[in-house]
Design a protein around this ligand. Structure first.
Ligand code: ADP
Length: 187
């Protein structure tokens, strides 16, 4: 977990490689559908472009299917899911049905000014449709309102690992890896 620009995607790939599980990014899946012009892409376009969350029923159905795929059997790393309390409840149900549990929840903390400057820099390089200044502001607000409550939820379950996400990619990667060495997979 972490606000837009925190580095979730960057570190999810490295960490997933390290622990040999697939990294599953809801944002990447939505962008792939947008690029392909699929029906799901058309459904989510207005939400992604405006910085709003895609409705829970759409996101939950997509994750349910993705987690049922073969490569997710021995574990997975979720990037950008769950982001609402409803999504967290659905994920609990999916895992419970399979007799599995979450091993850890990693939150990347980054100063607000760095987030905005990282995202504006990314806008220049990648040209993502949701990296304009207005939409960035909306995404940060939506994160605070809808996703920050999950930090309390997972903190209460003793799953939370908060990482300082400021600094360069290598430094942050080391901080994350230090934590993963101490984890024992659950479920
Ligand atoms: P960021 O974290 O930088 O905003 P993502 O690539 O994770 O970027 O997400 C991009 C967009 O995809 C979000 O603004 C939202 O519209 C949609 N999205 C991604 N994950 C979810 C989710 N779990 N629930 C609802 N919408 C999502």
């Amino acid at each position: 977990m972490g606000p837009p620009g925190a580095g979730k995607g960057t570190h999810a790939s490295t960490l997933a490689d390290q622990v040999a599980v697939p990294a599953i990014s809801t944002g990447d899946i939505f962008r792939a559908h947008l690029a392909a012009g699929s029906e799901l892409g058309r459904t989510v376009q207005q939400y992604v472009d405006s910085g709003a969350y895609v409705p829970d029923e759409v996101t939950n159905a997509m994750i349910r299917e993705r987690l049922a795929e073969e490569d997710a059997r021995s574990g997975f790393l979720l990037d950008g899911y769950p982001r609402t309390l409803d999504q967290a409840a659905v994920l609990d149900g999916l895992l419970e049905a399979q007799g599995r549990d979450l091993t850890a929840v990693i939150v990347l903390r980054v100063d607000q000014e760095s987030l905005v400057s990282r995202l504006l820099r990314r806008a220049e390089i990648q040209g993502r449709s949701d990296d304009s200044e207005d939409v960035i502001r909306t995404r940060l607000e939506v994160y605070t309102e809808q996703t920050v409550p999950l930090i309390t939820l997972y903190g209460g379950r003793g799953l939370l690992h908060e990482i300082d996400g400021n600094g360069d990619i290598d430094e942050v990667r080391e901080r994350i890896l230090e934590i993963t060495y101490t984890l024992t997979p659950a479920g």
